[in-house]
Design a protein around this ligand. Structure first.
Ligand code: GLY
Length: 543
């Protein structure tokens, strides 16, 4: 999709159209982001959500065709609407509990942040009313939309189905008559429409108190979860300072802790400075080896040092300091893989759910907004709150639930990411905005994929910025991933066999895996306007 005006790229086409319509009606990128966020909660229930959380990174403030010096009035924002651990949670709450309890059912949920986050963004930087941005989502929930093939297939997955059927409201909504809603069936969600309408009428009070909150707290009591009315009342999203790092001819901004995304992107980018690359080297053994070595070092830091900055000192300055990065860079050999054990004493690695979703928006004035939002696993905890129509997250699994044991994504994390009441679990979500040196927006990037989010966002940015690839190729080219532990390079299908053999000769262990990510990219094409690329691996679209 190319456009002189704005573009919305999202993982589900109906929701992307909602964003486009908001832009056409004169809304800015934040208005569109809020409308798309609520619409995804209706049309993409595996990851779009009211019962989860996420991050928004934006370069905003530019009004339509009023400024000739955009760099003077674009401000960088990072909004953290990550879930928090309930007030009754404890550091060892999963140690003795059933092994699946951080993933499945009521105990797996953190206090949801999405509604507060989207409304905070609208109040702070939007231009439209709640009525305007919520109307499309309410209509889609009330009047229905044809069930997508993608959501149907996800619902039909045996493990998902067995888990969802355990919870009455989830079964009633998604499995009428015991079978997943068929593809193409008009899928109406009247309870969700009512919840959205309460949010429209009352703002955050429509979700965090009153009927919806009562239903949620009651269901928690019934199912052995911890979220209380007090938790809901006290939840607040937080504005943070984005992590800014240089690119060849400009800079990028991404999410700071409690996401590891921004720091890791900045580190990986810095570690690869000084290595010349050309377009013809894309996908070569040298390219993949150097990426893997930079990723390995950054993930070692991630797992050891990062957590919720309101609870622990993430030592951001140290991790991004020239001394530290020079030391890490000088330990890279072009001739052989460095064992991960050189950087970490932890026995294993990181594991996080890949079922997140991302959308990218640029408006006609050139404001750029990147939002990554999640329930963590596909359909989160699998629990629909009766009477409300929305699913709850299983984000508690992103904490170090059992020290030394890998989480859903195989990530083994440090004590700094331990559970505490009110604390946010460490994330890999990396909504990113890329800029020209004059400060105007050049691209908006993001993807789902647990820890592969960081490495995928980096690979697309690197492909555009350092390899000079086209946006289409940057997104579609086969991706790789290294997360320090386990000490191996994960590769998608499509890498050349001889490249993989050369990597093995450099002493890398190679593991082939399923598709990585569902990228939503918007980039600026100089005088030719914007292009939006929705990953061919997924079912999304850009308009
Ligand atoms: N739940 C996936 C992430 O936050 O990275």
């Amino acid at each position: 999709m190319r456009s002189e005006k704005g573009i919305v790229a999202a993982a589900e086409p109906e929701a992307a159209k909602v964003g486009r319509d908001i832009l056409s009606a004169g809304g800015n990128a934040i208005d569109a982001a809020v409308a798309v966020g609520f619409a995804l909660a209706v049309t993409y229930p595996a990851a779009g959500n009211l019962g989860g959380g996420g991050f928004l990174v934006g370069s905003i403030g530019r009004e339509k065709e009023t400024s000739e010096t955009p760099q003077e009035n674009l401000s960088s924002v990072a909004l953290d609407f990550r879930e928090v651990a309930p007030l009754q949670s404890t550091s060892d709450m999963y140690v003795k509990a059933k092994e699946s309890s951080s993933l499945l059912g009521h105990l797996a949920s953190g206090v949801p942040g999405s509604v507060d986050g989207l409304l905070h963004a609208l109040d702070s930087w939007g231009s439209m009313s709640r009525d305007q941005v919520l109307a499309p989502a309410i209509r889609l929930a009330k009047d229905g939309f044809p069930m997508t093939q993608r959501t149907h297939s996800m619902l039909a997955r045996k493990s998902t189905m067995n888990a969802m059927l355990k919870y009455r409201a989830s079964a009633d909504l998604f499995y009428p008559g015991g079978k997943p809603v068929p593809t193409g069936t008009l899928f109406k969600q009247p309870d969700l429409a009512r919840t959205l309408d309460l949010i429209r009428q009352k703002g955050r009070e429509g979700f965090y108190s009153g009927d919806v909150a009562d239903h949620l707290a009651l269901e928690m009591k019934r199912g052995g979860g911890l979220i209380s009315l007090k938790d809901l009342k006290e939840y607040r999203s937080v504005e943070r300072t984005p992590i800014k790092f240089p690119t060849s001819d400009g800079f990028a901004i991404s999410m700071p802790p409690p996401s590891s995304g921004g720091i890791c992107l900045a580190q990986i980018s810095s570690l690869l400075e000084g290595y010349p690359f050309s377009t013809t080297e894309a996908g070569s053994a040298r390219h993949l080896h150097l990426l893997a070595e930079a990723m390995r070092r950054s993930f070692a830091d991630r797992n050891q040092f990062l957590g919720d900055p309101d609870f622990v000192d993430c030592q951001t300055q140290l991790l991004l300091s020239t001394d530290h990065l020079n030391k890490l860079r000088s330990s890279i050999s072009e001739d052989v893989a460095t064992p991960s054990s050189n950087f970490t004493s932890s026995p294993q690695g990181v594991k996080e759910s890949e079922q997140t979703t991302h959308y990218s928006i640029v408006d006609p004035a050139g404001n750029g907004v990147a939002v990554t939002t999640t329930l963590n696993g596909s359909f989160g905890s699998k629990v629909v709150v009766p009477g409300t129509g929305f699913l709850l997250n299983n984000e508690m699994d992103d904490f170090t639930t059992r020290p030394g044991v890998p989480n859903l994504f195989g990530l083994i994390e440090g004590e700094l990411n331990g559970i505490a009441p009110g604390k946010r679990p460490l994330s890999s979500m990396s909504p990113t905005v890329w800029h020209y040196s004059d400060g105007s927006v050049r691209g908006v990037l993001g993807t789902p994929g647990g820890p592969t989010i960081i490495t995928n966002v980096f690979q697309v940015l690197f492909a555009l910025d350092r390899l000079g690839l086209s946006p289409e190729l940057a997104v579609s080219m086969p991706k790789m991933h290294h997360q320090c532990l386990p000490d191996q390079i994960y590769v998608e299908q499509g890498h050349s066999e001889s490249v993989l053999q050369q990597l093995k000769a450099l002493k890398h262990k190679i593991v082939t895996r399923s598709n990585i990510g569902d990228f939503q990219l918007i980039t600026h094409l100089n005088s030719r306007g914007w292009t939006g690329i929705s990953d061919p691996r997924g079912g999304g679209a850009s308009f």
